[in-house]
Design a protein around this ligand. Structure first.
Ligand code: AMP
Length: 218
């Protein structure tokens, strides 16, 4: 099998980015994040960016027709690759769309408790240019406040402020249960990983993931 489609799920700030990096750098997957694509449009100040910004800043989901368009364009162009989809589906409509049009082979579930997440997100800083994510204490850049890759000033995402985070978490927990039910009906295989792994000590987690991927390819 050459192509493979996985989704990565977990509350915002649970460490999906870290786990996705493992898939991208060590396991040859293309990581595709709907939120990141939307933030790029906001950064480019284009028409879609203007629409998306309002929803993103409030921590609300943007309209389905927009995300469905984005996901269709990207997944069509990545049909023969190993792809890990981040941030989609977020509701029942999007899940049904995925099952119908772009079936997935597996689910990577990232777990972390809400209290830890709120602490983590308030210390998160993101490069507005290359989207690399840092943490002021857990994963600081080499020089305070600037991106290691391109030297740009790091920013706190507007939707990482604690009030918006609480709202995003509540929304996540409410909708995730319904999505889990859909994927259970479809018997999609799943792996559960903690999101606060030490990225420098990744050997055992990579073994665990590889063993799981082998079972999917049989
Ligand atoms: P994320 O980076 O995944 O936390 O997404 C940031 C923001 O982008 C979300 O709070 C939503 O406003 C928007 N967004 C990302 N993915 C979706 C999606 N599948 N459907 C609707 N809005 C989304």
């Amino acid at each position: 099998m050459t192509g493979m489609r996985l989704i990565i799920i977990g509350p915002p700030g649970s460490g999906k980015g870290t786990i996705s990096q493992l898939f991208e750098k060590d396991l040859d997957f293309t990581h595709f994040s709907v939120g990141e694509i939307l933030r790029e449009h906001v950064q480019n100040n284009d028409e879609l960016g203007h629409i998306a910004q309002e929803f993103i800043n409030k921590g609300e989901l943007i309209p389905d027709n927009i995300t469905i368009n984005i996901i269709t364009t990207y997944l069509r162009s990545l049909e023969d690759e190993k792809v890990i989809i981040d941030g989609f589906p977020r509701n029942v409509f999007q899940a049904a769309f995925l099952v119908e049009n772009f079936p997935i082979q597996g689910i990577v579930r990232v777990e972390l408790d809400d209290e830890t997440i709120i602490k983590r997100l308030s210390g998160r800083r993101v490069c507005p240019v290359c989207s690399t994510s840092y943490h002021i204490t857990n994963n600081p850049p080499k020089h305070e406040g600037v991106c290691d890759n391109d030297g740009h000033a790091l920013e706190l995402r507007k939707d990482d402020n604690p009030e918006v985070v609480k709202k995003r978490l509540q929304e996540y927990h409410e909708s995730q249960q319904k999505l889990d039910d859909i994927f259970k009906t479809e018997s999609v295989p799943e792996i559960s990983l903690r999101g606060d792994i030490d990225i420098h000590n990744k050997k055992s987690i990579l073994e665990e993931i590889n063993d799981w991927l082998d079972t999917l390819q049989k």
